[in-house]
Write a protein that binds this ligand. Structure first.
Ligand code: GDP
Length: 309
């Protein structure tokens, strides 16, 4: 994981930064900083975060630390790295790692709107944990979409993990409570991953349902501190739209980590920085393709290196 994949398009979009630094002159730095700010906004850093980055470079110039184009490049990267670290640290050091209980089973609740890549991501995550030696059990908590459980079962097969079977049209919170109880009683499962519905057009009802699903995990496992992780899957190609979505989910189910999907083929990778900066919720993984292996653990350093090599 020392190289961050899936950022080629974003990097391309940021090539204008290289051009700006190519004509860098300390005599006329304000004009360049302005253009730099625009370039960051165009790469989905968002106005607030772009301003913060440029302000930090300006501080460096005024303090005499930043003089040359190279200094400016280093200052730019440092500013981005600092924003990523600060945002991610709000949930404690080493926050890009999953925090799973050692008592069995650990439970992960996965939320996100339809189309964000939630099902695919659960498949990838199950594969990753399974590869690391964990026995994984999937719970199809999206009882709203007829095909959702089938799709999840499909991914379970690919990842070679177990998926629970439940009655058609059962209440999602019931499916989740039962799923957790089954895994607990079985005793051999290390991690339970619960899928949930993601219908967009009835946001209020969805949020109520998700809160009930979260509580159901405590009921099913007999451990009110569960779930260990509430992961929100966001479509990384939607740029700053992710912010509002994340705020809404966070309000109802207290999100502990983000997974940004579809960063491959997207030029909007800069939004990762603004999401971390604006929300203070750590990014745990990034989706970089449609295959089972295409889930990349998030790391601030490799990400900053990928954007500004
Ligand atoms: P859900 O409705 O949120 O469960 O979304 P799906 O898991 O069905 O994914 C929706 C579409 O996005 C599918 O075509 C996936 O193959 C695609 N997808 C999901 N994650 C990624 C990713 O990281 N990269 C790319 N390129 N496509 C992805």
């Amino acid at each position: 994981d020392r190289v961050f994949k899936g950022t080629a398009k974003t990097r391309e979009r940021l090539s204008v930064v290289d051009e700006l630094l190519g004509i860098w002159s300390l005599d006329d730095y304000e004009a360049t900083l302005e253009e730099l700010e625009e370039a960051l906004i165009a790469a989905d850093f968002g106005p607030k975060t772009a301003l913060k980055v440029v302000d930090r470079i300006r501080d460096g110039i005024k303090a005499g630390r930043v003089k040359t184009a190279d200094d400016t490049r280093v200052a730019l990267k440092d500013a981005i790295l600092e924003l990523l670290r600060k945002g991610n640290e709000k949930q404690g050091a080493g926050s890009s790692e999953l925090k799973l209980s050692s008592s069995k089973p650990a439970v992960i609740l996965v939320v996100g709107v339809n189309g964000s890549g939630k099902t695919t991501t659960i498949g990838k995550l199950a594969h990753k944990l399974s590869n690391e030696g964990a026995k994984v059990y999937l719970v199809p908590g999206d009882t709203f979409r007829a095909a959702a459980a089938e799709q999840l079962a499909e991914w379970a097969k690919r990842a070679n993990v177990t998926v629970g079977a439940f009655q058609d049209r059962a209440k999602p919170q019931k499916v989740i409570a039962q799923g957790c109880e089954t895994a607990l009683k079985d005793g051999s499962y290390d991690v339970v991953i619960c899928d949930t519905a993601g219908r967009l057009h009835t946001a209020y009802a969805l949020m109520e349902e998700l809160e009930a699903c979260k509580k159901a995990i405590g009921t099913g496992t007999g451990d009110q501190s569960q779930p260990n992780e509430v992961l929100l899957v966001l479509d990384g190609t939607t740029g700053l739209n992710m912010l509002n979505q994340a705020r809404e989910f966070n309000e109802s189910v207290a999100v502990t980590g983000l997974i940004l999907t579809k960063l491959d083929g997207s030029a909007r990778g800069g939004a990762v920085v603004s999401v971390v900066d604006q929300l203070g919720i750590p990014v745990k993984f990034v989706g970089v393709g449609e295959a089972l292996e295409d889930l990349q653990p998030f790391n601030e350093d490799t990400f900053a290196d990928a954007l500004f090599p």
